[in-house]
Ligand binder design. Structure first.
Ligand SMILES: Cc1ncc(COP(=O)(O)O)c(C=O)c1O
Length: 375
């Protein structure tokens, strides 16, 4: 972490937690055998991968055999969507998703369309919430799978996954949820959510980058993306990435304790209170006021440009909700789906807090914002 910077982009990526670093360190130099080898050199590596798998299963409340290691959230989403399409029976080729998904769901859906699938994307309300009634209306006789993210990466709105699961169960179809942003911030036990498939990304919950997992409920048919020597129970070929899997397991163990999230919620709400008291109606909250990730504050500086504000305080790492070009502003698809007016959306900044965020950092942010936004 850069000590002179104010890092408020934890939804983009988190630092590797010291406890995770400690768990991983011995595996850099340590067991080098192939986990698939039956001899003395392979056994400790196999044990380490099994332990990590059990740690993830513990977090999700599933059995270790239902966890597949992947290279991250993107691969998990691709494996779920494409795998379900290729495994679906003859004549079933319809998918339902939403307009606020991450590109790691949107783009596989575009690819599915090129493969002959049909995709229905349902909208959201002004707070970014999906209406389960809209999902019910979109389900057809030939629907294979519904994919709705658990929590949105830009505005943090948490979707009613358990309610949607009741619909997909009744229809006898699969429910996938991209939980890359919710794991370690809110509860993500698969039986409470009712999902058949759930995507995780290590670097969003204090684990390493380039590793993730896909929960696959026992009995779910998926065609693998990667064919080879039958690793991961024949569901994802390739020698296990022992070092990163160990890191993901340790991060999952850490993520099971959500006590820290209450502290970060208080800090986040303090920041919002400060912004409101300084700018009043000139700042607007994007996302659901309560049904939202505890660390996420997406705020519009109405009539200003988020990118210009961030450019004026380069020591602050945060994200905007719009892409600015010389003569035009384009809102992110998420803010557009929420029908945020351009004058507000162009001024959107996402501050995402994390375990290492301090009150002092937020106080410094407010001071810098005061100068930058008044310019
Ligand atoms: C909601 C969501 N899904 C998927 C991803 C992609 O995860 P990864 O970077 O591990 O491929 C991200 C990362 O930004 C995300 O926020």
């Amino acid at each position: 972490m850069d000590s002179i910077g104010i890092y408020l982009d934890y939804n983009a990526s988190t630092p590797i937690h010291p406890a995770v670093q400690e768990a991983m360190a011995p595996f850099l130099a340590g067991p080098y055998g192939n986990p698939s080898s039956g001899h003395w050199a392979g056994a400790p590596a196999a044990r380490a991968v099994a332990h990590a798998r059990a740690q993830i299963a513990g977090l999700l409340g599933c059995s270790p055999g239902e966890v597949i290691f992947t290279s991250g959230g993107t691969e998990s989403n691709n494996a779920a969507l494409l795998g379900a399409f290729w495994a679906a029976g003859e004549g079933r080729r319809h998918f339902v998703t939403t307009r606020i998904e991450h590109p790691a769901v949107v783009e596989p859906c575009r690819f599915l369309e090129r493969l002959g699938a049909e995709v229905t994307s349902v909208g959201v309300d002004s707070q970014g919430l999906v209406d389960p009634g809209d999902i019910a209306a979109a389900i057809r006789a030939d629907t294979v799978l519904v994919s709705v993210m658990h929590a949105n990466n830009e505005v943090g709105t948490i979707q009613p996954i358990a309610e949607i699961a009741r619909l997909t169960r009744e229809a006898g179809i699969l429910l996938h949820s991209d939980a890359a942003q919710s794991v370690g911030k809110v509860a993500t036990r698969v039986d409470e959510l009712g999902v058949d498939l759930l995507s995780l990304a290590g670097h969003k919950f204090y684990g390493p980058k380039g590793v993730g997992a896909l929960y696959v409920r026992a009995g779910t048919k998926l065609e693998p993306l990667l064919h080879g020597a039958g690793h991961e129970g024949g569901r994802r070929a390739g020698t296990e990435n022992v070092l990163l899997d160990v890191g993901l397991g340790a991060a999952a163990e850490l993520a099971g304790d959500l006590a820290w999230a209450e502290g970060v919620r208080e800090l986040r709400d303090w920041l919002w209170g400060e912004l409101r008291s300084r700018w009043g109606e000139q700042v607007a909250l994007n996302g659901h006021p309560t049904q939202r990730l505890p660390n996420t504050l997406n705020v519009s500086f109405v009539g200003r440009r988020g990118a210009a504000i961030l450019a004026a305080m380069p020591e602050v790492a945060a994200s905007t909700g719009s892409a600015c070009h010389a003569d035009s502003n384009t809102l992110s698809p998420v803010l557009e789906a929420m029908a945020v007016p351009l004058a507000a959306g162009a001024g959107a900044i996402r501050f995402s807090l994390g375990r290492m965020t301090t009150r002092g950092e937020l106080e410094a942010l407010v001071e810098r914002l005061t100068v930058a936004a008044e310019r």
